[in-house]
Design a protein around this ligand. Structure first.
Ligand code: ZN
Length: 1092
């Protein structure tokens, strides 16, 4: 080599191309650095002998079962198929004598995922075949002996890629018959020096390209690499040493003290289900984490984090030995359980209590099995973050938040990297989003440079977190990434990098960062807005399960206290909550998984809803005691239990097979009999005697009474009639609603008390619009802003009176959707007891990339609408002045959204929907979507759902919308009883009530974890003001204290006798009261210890 021949500075681009060619496979791989990957290889007999046994269907049999089967001989080229099938390969391996003294590896690439097992049944390491993010080597010996024995390994081959089995691209619905050829099966002796040289040249190449082109280090990187290429000769081992010597000087230059500090943490983000089902995830976990155990041994400085308690629990059940090895590595601090939640959940749709349970289940699991509590809430990949998360995090023992997803915003760039996130109630958590903008990085030099360049708060905090490792079954970091970190961890021109526990990063930032900026309120994700709506059945089951579990826990606490011998079903409730929390995973509940996943969730929800119904029934039967009817026919009345925390008067529907006697209005749609339930106390019971004349109403065939409806039922009747134009009018003492004969739309809603028309002239409500809904790329994920521009109104074909009153009046509206293959039928109803106008819908849905929305335009003027969120409400603009406001063209709301001006408002309630939009005075609710990827049949078929409009005097904060929305979702619990005997149950007043603060909601009542002598009551302030409330209970409370979500004491509370003046306090002076103070939107947990 003649140095005087080098004119690199005059032909920079040519030298860069030369370097690129020198480290790349392809055209020059037979003469470039790629020739130095391996020293030697051996394949075929006698070195390797292969046999296969294919499991039937989509079974995933255990090792013990598989190894007893007959193995048929195969060789390289064998094709594993179909998709999702499992094949066990038996490999008899003889290491050649000439490999003695050298490291030997097995290279196995079946184009899919696989697990290496020892012949003793120990899972050793996961492998990922295919073309990208490969992990195909398994270490057989660090130094082979001269006379290695024949050894047998098993390879469990899973017929799916890292990202499932998409037909045309990874997001497409799965191909059922994908083929996976066995491309490679051989023994290799890695060329350690050669691989190190390739790594060094790759770094030099990236630095010569990625650094400031005027910087000396960019030039020096290129010059050093050029020298190395000149020194290298293919096939000459000595030349590798010479080439490495040529670059040694470059790598000896260290970084300065002021360098940016990167904290690197390995991870392998495993989506708990997504483009594969839960059962495959269980194997992905084992494969990935087993792969990491080996690396943690080889690289003692290395740290690896894994989240999601559910994944650990699966491993514990299915791979107990592997779990023990992970526990041991956790003790040394190398394997880091992180996150604090049961799974990495969606944070838009789950209820407040469900989010609390995610932490309760997660933190308790990590404490029990790893002796640690997570300080970092770990959520790299979730589609938006509700404003109550900081408070819930704090109450669950976490104080630091990690996410990354907001870097995907497609309208506004989120302006911060390291900041203090202030939640709805003012709780603050230190939050960080990796400036490298990925959680599955590969230690590329570009990422490290981005850690500085894209850090938006580097002026305040000169450090960042870097998450690297292949995700989703790819096994996390590979050897090359760890080698690269050794090479560049302290190198002039790049940030310093150290392996660290994420806590170390956050604690250091917390201590040293100056003047960090704040962000108040929700972290709205400007993408994936379709996830509030997609997979409608899953979202409906989730809502139902959340409320059913709420009922079951409350009723079980009451039954345990009031009924002798009833035991709180703690284990079963925990099992069911774990299932509900599992399905809240951030690709399952949002609706972005493949069809197989939803077949699983259907089964899980059937189990959950069936089991919870059984628990509710057992508790209510125990509560009713002797009065419980042996059969519905034998009943003479109905026991009603109100599980909301306030008294209710409403019309209830009793199944046609209910108690005989009396007679009520029969509902046209389903034959249910209607009756008035008057003043059922909150968390209390009432009995309606079906045989008494008071329950009967005139106009029915069996009534013998001459009394008026009002005299008999205590409520003024509701009626339905057609006006002179044929429009259907529903009218009670509160409102008059007019449904257009021609369109089915709500053309008038007159508030009789306020004497006010709510529908502006020429406008309407209950307007169905079918929007084009083809987003830019992420089909199931996204509703795009341009979809709001293109739609067709869907007028009704038929509008008729269905029920004429006197307890419920309704119109039946039939709407053909689209080209007529889909249909909607709804009953618009008004009861005698409420101004709430209900819309009960059945839809047969067969569309392609369409979104059905229903809209209501009100004569209400407001710049903001209010949306129900976890434990509170959030306001969002009704206008689009700025791009930030415009980006919220579709937002998440829970049970309701409200549009109020001074003095008056209207809420739009729902029983299972989450996608709202408000523009000007029009509020709409997204009902159904029709995405085709990754589930080709998403949402096709029959749906039922309900929504309602609830007009109210006063602005939102003066209204009882929150209570109304609970009532819309939480029907009174019914049990057929012997009416005479049930009086004792009914007469005892509320078991719990909240006095003195209408803004405080009693949300959850449950037995304490691990101690059913203690009762946990969770309440929250919902309108955003300070409040003083008294929690009154009839349960025999001996003492009380305030607690966090983990049910640990946080402050004292005093139990006093309930004030006699309290109207709804427990009877006979045996009530107990606890005084509580609330800050705006505060969640308060009270733990009561009951008398023995
Ligand atoms: Zn994910």
């Amino acid at each position: 080599m003649d140095k005087s021949m080098s004119y690199v500075q005059k032909h920079r681009a040519i030298t860069k191309s030369r370097l690129a060619n020198f480290v790349s496979d392809g055209q020059w791989e037979d003469v470039n650095a790629r020739t130095a990957i391996n020293e030697a290889c051996a394949s075929g007999k006698p070195h390797i002998e292969l046999g296969v046994w294919s499991a039937p269907g989509q079974e995933r049999p255990a090792f013990e079962h598989a190894v007893q089967q007959q193995f048929a001989p195969i060789d390289v080229g064998h094709v594993f198929t179909p998709s999702w099938s499992t094949h066990w390969v038996r490999a008899a391996i003889q290491i050649p004598k000439e490999f003695a003294g050298k490291p030997v590896r097995l290279e196995f690439d079946a184009s899919c995922e696989a697990m290496v097992w020892s012949d003793a049944g120990e899972p050793l390491q996961g492998l990922t075949g295919g073309n990208s993010q490969r992990r195909c080597e398994f270490t057989l010996a660090d130094r082979a002996g001269a006379d290695e024995p024949l050894r047998v390994l098993y390879l469990e081959v899973a017929c799916n890629g890292m990202f499932g089995n998409g037909l045309s691209n990874f997001l497409a619905a799965p191909d059922a018959n994908r083929k996976f050829p066995l491309k490679t099966m051989r023994l290799v002796v890695p060329n350690v020096e050669g691989r190190a040289l390739i790594e060094e040249l790759a770094v030099l190449r990236a630095m010569s390209n990625g650094l400031d082109q005027d910087s000396p280090r960019a030039w020096h990187a290129l010059a050093a690499a050029n020298d190395a290429i000149n020194a290298f000769t293919a096939g000459d081992q000595k030349s590798i040493a010479a080439a490495r010597a040529a670059v040694a000087g470059f790598f000896a230059a260290k970084g300065g003290d002021g360098n940016h500090q990167v904290y690197a943490i390995g991870n392998c983000h495993i989506d708990t289900a997504w483009l594969w089902p839960y059962d495959e995830t269980k194997r992905k976990i084992a494969r990935s984490w087993a792969a990491q155990l080996d690396l943690l041994d080889r690289y003692p400085e290395y740290r690896f984090a894994a989240s999601q308690a559910q994944q650990f629990e699966w491993l514990q059940e299915l791979y107990p030995r592997l779990f023990e090895r992970i526990q041991a590595k956790a003790k040394t601090g190398q394997f880091i359980p992180i996150g604090g939640t049961w799974i990495e959940m969606d944070c838009n749709v789950p209820s407040g209590e469900a989010l609390a349970r995610q932490f309760l289940l997660g933190q308790r699991y990590f404490e029990r099995h790893f002796g640690v509590r997570a300080k970092v809430f770990w959520l790299p990949d979730t589609f938006g973050y509700s404003s109550q998360i900081p408070q819930i995090m704090r109450l669950a023992g976490t104080e630091y938040f990690y996410t990354q997803k907001l870097s995907w915003n497609n309208i506004n760039k989120f302006p911060h990297t390291t900041f203090r996130w202030i939640g709805l109630d003012g709780s603050t958590v230190l939050t960080h989003m990796s400036p490298a903008e990925t959680y599955t990085a590969d230690v590329s030099i570009g990422d490290l440079i981005d850690s500085i360049k894209k850090h938006k708060d580097v002026v305040y905090s000169n450090e960042s977190l870097y998450l690297y490792g292949h995700g989703d079954g790819g096994g996390g970091p590979c050897e090359d990434m760890l080698e690269r970190l050794r090479l560049v961890g302290d190198l002039d021109g790049l940030p310093r990098v150290k392996h660290a526990h994420p806590n170390e990063f956050y604690e250091h930032v917390d201590r040293t960062a100056r003047d960090l900026v704040s962000w108040k309120g929700e972290l709205y994700f400007e993408l994936h807005r379709g996830t509030y709506t997609t997979q409608a059945a899953t979202k409906k089951c989730n809502r139902q399960a959340e409320f059913a579990l709420r009922d079951a826990e409350l009723l079980s606490v009451i039954a345990q206290s009031a009924a002798r011998g009833f035991a709180y079903p703690a284990a079963e409730l925990e099992r069911l909550w774990k299932l509900v929390c599992l399905n809240q995973f951030h690709d399952v509940l949002p609706g972005t998984s493949i069809e197989m996943v939803y077949k699983d969730t259907d089964k899980i929800y059937a189990d959950v809803l069936g089991s919870v119904a059984g628990l509710k029934q057992s508790a209510v039967v125990a509560l009713a005691g002797h009065a419980a009817a042996q059969s519905p026919d034998a009943a003479t009345g109905v026991l009603l239990v109100n599980t909301t925390g306030w008294p209710r008067t409403e019309v209830v529907a009793v199944p046609a097979a209910g108690p005989a006697g009396g007679s009520w209005q029969t509902r046209a749609s389903d034959g249910a009999r209607l009756m008035v339930a008057a003043a059922v106390p909150g968390c209390g019971t009432a009995v309606v005697d079906a045989t008494s004349t008071a329950a009967a109403i005139p106009g029915s065939s069996t009534s013998s009474s001459d009394l008026s409806v009002e005299e008999q039922t205590g409520v003024a009747p509701v009626g339905a009639f057609e006006d002179k134009d044929g429009n259907v009018v529903l009218e009670n003492i509160y409102v008059t609603a007019k449904i257009s004969k021609s369109s089915g739309q709500l053309v008038s809603l007159w508030d009789r008390r306020a004497e006010r028309e709510l529908v502006p002239p020429g406008r309407a409500g209950n307007v169905f619009r079918l929007h084009d809904d083809a987003p830019l790329y992420w089909d199931a994920w996204d509703i795009e802003i341009y979809s709001m521009e293109k739609f067709a109104e869907q007028p009704a074909a038929e509008v008729t009176v269905a029920d004429a009153g006197p307890l419920v009046a309704s119109a039946c509206v039939q709407v053909p959707i689209g080209k007529g293959s889909s249909r909607l039928k709804q009953w618009v109803s008004l009861s005698a007891t409420s101004p709430r106008l209900n819309f009960d819908c059945e839809v047969d849905w067969h569309e392609n990339r369409k979104c059905l929305k229903v809209g209501f335009t009100w004569d209400i003027h407001s710049d903001y609408a209010t949306y129900d969120t976890q434990f509170g409400v959030v306001q969002r603009p009704t206008h689009r002045n700025t791009t930030w406001e415009m980006a919220k063209f579709e937002v998440c709301g829970h049970k309701f959204a409200d549009l109020s001006e001074y003095g008056y408002g209207v809420a739009l309630l729902n029983d299972c929907k989450y996608g709202y939009a408000t523009l000007g005075s029009t509020m709409s609710l997204s009902l159904l979507r029709a995405s085709k990827a990754p589930d080709a049949n998403c949402d096709m078929g029959r749906h039922t759902f309900r929504y309602a409009v609830y007009p109210h005097a006063g602005t939102f904060t003066e209204s009882d919308v929150v209570r109304e929305a609970y009532q819309f979702n939480v029907p009174l619990v019914q049990l057929p009883v012997d009416a005479a005997g049930a009086g004792a149950v009914a007469g005892a007043g509320p078991f719990f009530s909240v006095e003195g603060a209408p803004s405080v909601v009693l949300d959850t009542v449950k037995a304490a974890e691990g101690d059913s002598r203690c009762v946990v009551v969770r309440l929250y302030e919902t309108y955003g003001g300070h409040a003083r409330a008294t929690l009154v209970t009839r349960l025999p409370a001996a003492s009380a204290h305030l607690a966090n979500i983990l049910e640990e004491r946080t402050a004292d509370a005093k139990v006093v006798a309930a004030p006699a003046a309290t109207a709804t306090a427990a009877a006979a002076g045996d009530g107990h009261a606890i005084e509580l103070a609330f800050k705006p939107f505060e969640v308060v947990t009270v733990k009561l210890e009951l008398k023995a």
